[in-house]
Design a protein around this ligand. Structure first.
Ligand code: COA
Length: 181
């Protein structure tokens, strides 16, 4: 199933009650363009990062925690290397930040991008993180000038995307798959 997203319809709703981090610490730990993810928590800090490196085992554990099957780590590493943008949502800790959300996208870097592997660890689901992760990803893609974004949604999460303004590809008729067996 394919969705097309009109990029200019997205807004941010960051609250200003979220605990924060000093800018130098934020950049040192999470890299350039890292940003605090607002949350209802008064003691935990959540951070979006596009450049903090992933521990592949931790990443695969996150993706398996949402029910996806295990993938060979070497291939995952290569897939990440070939992705346009990888976003991690980290629960901040000065020593051991934990990966609690993830999304990545592939594409030509100019016209088209496709988002994959959108996941929030079950403990933190239904707290608005998934939506904010999508906003952060789309903002990041917008900065590159990309005009059209697609993704493939499992039937169970179609309403998650629809409520954020994604459009269901008409009648599911223009979409084709080929799987190597
Ligand atoms: C889908 C997923 C990323 C959503 O993350 P989340 O942090 O739980 O979502 P949010 O709390 O930001 O929810 C935003 C809205 O979507 C709704 N929503 C959340 N999960 C949903 C789901 N699975 N199906 C339909 N709607 C959903 C919420 O109720 C909320 O609605 P509201 O704005 O009216 O309150 C998360 O549930 C997940 O990781 N699921 C397993 C992996 C997956 O299916 N990924 C998508 C691959 S296509």
């Amino acid at each position: 199933m394919i969705f097309n997203k009109a990029l200019n319809s997205f807004g941010q709703d960051w609250s200003n009650k979220t605990p924060s981090l000093k800018k130098d610490i934020l950049e040192k730990m999470y890299g350039h363009r890292a940003s605090i993810c607002p949350s209802a928590s008064i003691d935990k800090i959540f951070v979006f990062s596009r450049s903090r490196p992933f521990d592949l085992i931790e990443l695969e554990q996150l993706l398996q925690s949402v029910g996806w099957s295990q993938r060979p780590l070497r291939r995952v590493r290569r897939a990440l290397d070939h992705s346009l943008i990888k976003v991690g949502l980290w629960r901040h800790d000065p020593k051991f930040p934990r990966l609690v959300g993830f999304a990545r996208c592939t594409g030509d870097g100019i016209l088209e991008a496709t988002i994959w592997d959108v996941a929030i660890t079950p403990v933190y689901q239904n707290q608005g993180f998934g939506k904010k992760l999508m906003v952060y990803m789309i903002q990041s893609l917008k900065e590159t000038g990309i005009k059209r974004i697609t993704l493939f949604a499992d039937p169970g999460v179609i309403s998650f995307y629809k409520s954020q303004g994604w459009t269901l590809e008409p009648n599911g008729q223009s979409c084709a798959f080929w799987y190597a067996n």
